[in-house]
Ligand binder design. Structure first.
Ligand code: ATP
Ligand code: MG
Length: 409
């Protein structure tokens, strides 16, 4: 089928006025970014949908990229036929029926809508004329009104007919950026990349904050977090990656805080630093990959003892998901295989054998107050590095020998 355009229907768009304009404007910008590798494509935003005129670009490749853009409910590849050329509409409809109903006994339906009511034929005339043409060519098929195997839609507008038969589910959600900006705490694990994807899905423009502790953690662990960011960036166009040196804080905590509270105090530092970075960069909230009860740091008591350091909203998109449900999403967004590669991150290395699962808030505060919190944090903040990561970026194989690459596979 030689498609001429792809029509995308807007997703959840209950708001009106200025919000609607923001939504459409932002979606248009995000689609343009996601489809920048197709130079001939032209994008035309309309009130209730977006038209992507292919101008010779490959429809499947375009739809593949479009399928990752949040804010789109469904999309359809469409053939445009000039308004003088009704005979051509019949041919296109037949081709579509042939594609969708290859076996004898299957069923079809022609469904016409007119926005140009001046056109000579009305919707019934068109349905009949096209239906008859298809039936003659395919006498083995039935016409079925309720649940046809193929439904060919014909839209009559002033300039042309628009013919389609496929409706493909879009990524849903809200256009990235329409919900403001937030920081996402990214480890190298399975959960936080999934949390990142879910935050983007609700329209939040995220920036990744990643703590690393050289020489205890390797360059590979850092590159793994960057490569995970590249995977997630497929849903955002690009994502800023903020790396925070955490070695001095972890060493200091390890030396000075009783073992049962190591984890809680470390996490309080992480959250407080993320919150400072958020304030500097004018983010509105913090996302993380915590899931209730999954590990010691994720009991409600633990969350309370860690969350104590800030009043900023902390959002936990995977809080109520089971690990298997999180893994399903990780596979869908293609982060799983990377997440399970064994590069230890800073938390695993400094994890005490038996962290308190029910830490006491007052004690956590007390142990922490014995440390030079502000100075430690200022030094960490002075060492942060920010880089912009794009979906095509690769980090893990850079500078590795072929043996090392083979070890990863
Ligand atoms: P994940 O699979 O995301 O690593 P997890 O179940 O392994 O999660 P933890 O390692 O305890 O749980 O981390 C809980 C959350 O804390 C992570 O989801 C992430 O948001 C944040 N976090 C942990 N380690 C780091 C890190 N090195 N840098 C930034 N954030 C981190
Ligand atoms: Mg982890």
């Amino acid at each position: 089928m030689q498609y001429t355009e792809v029509m995308a229907r807007y997703g959840e768009l209950s708001t009106k006025g200025k919000n609607r304009r923001d939504f459409i404007g932002r979606l248009n910008g995000n689609v343009t970014k996601a489809l920048r590798q197709f130079p001939a494509l032209s994008i035309k935003p309309k009130r209730d949908r977006l038209h992507l005129v292919l101008n010779g670009e490959n429809a499947d490749a375009v739809m593949n990229a479009l399928g990752k853009v949040f804010g789109i409910q469904t999309y359809s590849p469409v053939v445009r036929v000039a308004i003088e050329d009704f005979e051509q509409v019949k041919q296109v409809a037949l081709e579509m029926v042939n594609e969708g109903a290859s076996e004898a006994g299957m069923s079809f339906k022609i469904n016409t809508r007119r926005s140009d009511h001046n056109y000579a034929l009305d919707t019934n005339d068109i349905n009949l004329a096209v239906g008859d043409f298809v039936s003659e060519a395919r006498p083995d098929l039935k016409v079925e009104m309720k649940r046809p195997d193929v439904k060919v839609r014909i839209e009559v507008r002033r300039d042309a007919f628009y013919v389609s038969y496929l409706t493909i589910p879009g990524a849903l959600g809200l256009p990235v950026g329409t919900s403001g900006k937030a920081m996402l705490m990214l480890s190298g694990g399975i959960d936080s990349p999934v949390a990142a994807y879910l935050a983007l899905k609700r329209g939040v423009a995220i920036e990744m904050v990643h703590f690393f502790s050289p020489p205890y953690t390797t360059t590979n662990a850092l590159n793994k977090a960057k490569e995970l960011t590249a995977k997630v960036a497929a849903y955002a166009g690009s994502i800023n990656f903020i790396e925070v040196p955490f070695t001095e804080i972890q060493e200091t905590v390890k030396e000075n805080v009783p073992e049962g509270y190591l984890m809680t105090v470390q996490r309080r530092f992480m959250l407080r630093l993320t919150d400072k970075i958020r304030a500097q960069r004018e983010g509105l909230a913090i996302f993380n990959g915590e899931s209730v009860g999954q590990v010691a740091s994720q009991t409600l008591e633990s969350m309370a003892a860690i969350n104590d350091v800030t009043a900023t909203p902390i959002l936990r998109p995977v809080a109520t998901l089971d690990k298997t449900e999180i893994i399903d999403i990780a596979r869908e967004i293609d982060t799983f295989d990377l997440s399970v590669q064994p590069f230890e991150d800073c938390c695993t290395i400094f994890a005490p054998p038996q962290p308190k699962t029910h830490p006491n808030l007052e004690r956590a505060r007390y142990y922490e107050s014995q440390l030079a919190v502000t100075e430690l944090e200022d030094r960490a903040l002075a060492g942060i590095k920010v880089s912009k990561i794009y979906p095509e970026d690769k980090f893990l194989t850079r500078g590795m020998t072929s043996d090392q690459i083979a070890d990863l596979l």
